[in-house]
Design a protein around this ligand. Structure first.
Ligand SMILES: [Mg+2]
Length: 379
């Protein structure tokens, strides 16, 4: 006799933690510099069947929104739609949230993460298997070079290169163009010859002279140049893509599946950064990957400032999605955020993230660690 795994489980509680992650290093980007701490949100969904799901939102004020509004959206608008519902009806619940509140993709990603965590634990399978199974069990890790102290950054990068990391993404556009060229020169000269360098402007150039600057960067043979111009300068981005040989990657310009359709229609880019915090969760991230794949546009696994839960969810997504072939930047929980909220940290081996294979997200949360960085808890 077997019992049905769904239909007899209800959401009993929801805790929303507004947290402040301490940071191990400063970060500079085209926009949105980060000094000592970064706000975030952690959610815990409890059920009447004893299964608990965890999620994380990683909002960034200059990109997807603020952590304070994210926590409020979950607490005030999502809570009544979730309490008493069957958490295994993930798609139906996420559609309800989608129709209840516009945008707030990171709040939706956090809830979807917790629901899929519950579903996976209920079925005894990692989320990657719920989505069709593993296409990769390890993901090449791309580390971003974004410290304003470049000497400190070179030490960090060389240490990681010694540990087997071969993908580095250099954040440019926050210093002068001349300084960016100097940094790239030094990285090319001092890193192993097989290092795969990428460049990310984080919208840092102005459209009118972006092409000339981007073109000059081609001599460093980056495998792609990311988001040189502001999000809304899509015509300029498409023009740069058409003009140069180096692949152009869109990040801030593509959040949703609908924007991915536009990306294809306008041939906006050659590759795209897919982030569950932009799309509103793993399922929509996979829709973007599929749209891109059909158009011959390669996917890259992007992140925001994510602690272990969001990284675990990202790994489940990339592990099960063929068209994320350019690696993924799942390094922040290990190297940037100064508190570990997972009982067992994400494993990095030879410059690759190892995908957890336990049920759901495949990780366990250290609740004491979450509480230690919580500045406001609503339950
Ligand atoms: Mg980016």
């Amino acid at each position: 006799m077997s019992s049905t795994p769904t239909g007899d489980i209800r959401i009993a509680g929801l805790s929303v933690h507004l947290v402040r992650w301490p940071l191990k290093m400063k970060r500079r980007h085209g926009v949105g510099d980060i000094e000592r701490t970064m706000p975030g949100v952690v959610v815990k969904i409890t059920t009447d069947a004893g299964v608990t799901g965890w999620g994380e939102a990683s909002p960034w004020a200059v990109f997807t929104g603020t952590a304070e509004s994210c926590a409020a959206v979950i607490d005030v608008y999502f809570r009544p739609l979730l309490i008493g519902a069957d958490p295994t009806d993930v798609t139906a619940l996420m559609n309800a949230l989608e129709h209840a509140v516009v945008a707030h993709t990171e709040a939706k990603a956090a809830i979807e993460m917790a629901l899929l965590d519950i579903l996976g634990k209920r079925l005894g399978a990692p989320i990657a298997q719920l989505l069709g199974g593993f296409v990769r069990r390890e993901v090449p890790m791309s580390v971003s070079v974004a410290n304003p102290d470049f000497d400190e950054d070179m030490d960090f990068v060389k240490r990681l290169a010694g540990e087997g990391v071969r993908l580095f993404k250099v954040k440019t556009g926050f210093l002068s163009h001349r300084e960016d060229v100097r940094r790239m020169d030094r990285l090319r000269a001092e890193l192993p010859a097989d290092t795969d360098l990428r460049i990310d402007y984080n919208q840092g150039l102005e459209a009118w002279d972006a092409l000339a600057k981007v073109r000059e960067m081609e001599r460093f043979r980056p495998s792609f140049i990311e988001q040189p111009v502001p999000r809304d300068q899509r015509a300029a981005l498409a023009a740069i893509t058409a003009a140069i040989d180096t692949p152009i990657l869109a990040d801030e310009s593509v959040f949703s599946p609908a924007e991915a359709v536009e990306m294809v229609r306008t041939r906006l880019c050659d590759c795209v950064s897919i982030k569950i915090m932009k799309s509103g969760g793993i399922r929509r991230a996979r829709e973007i990957a599929a749209i891109a794949e059909a158009a011959g546009i390669a996917g890259y696994g992007g992140t925001m400032f994510e602690a272990g839960l969001a990284i675990a969810a990202g790994l489940q997504f990339v592990a099960s999605t063929p068209n994320v072939s350019l690696g993924a930047e799942f390094y922040t929980s290990t190297y940037v955020i100064g508190v570990e909220i997972l009982a067992t940290p994400i494993v990095i081996r030879n410059g690759r993230n190892v995908v957890p294979t336990g049920p759901g997200l495949g990780v366990e949360v250290d609740e004491r660690a979450v509480r230690s960085v919580s500045v406001d808890v609503r339950s």
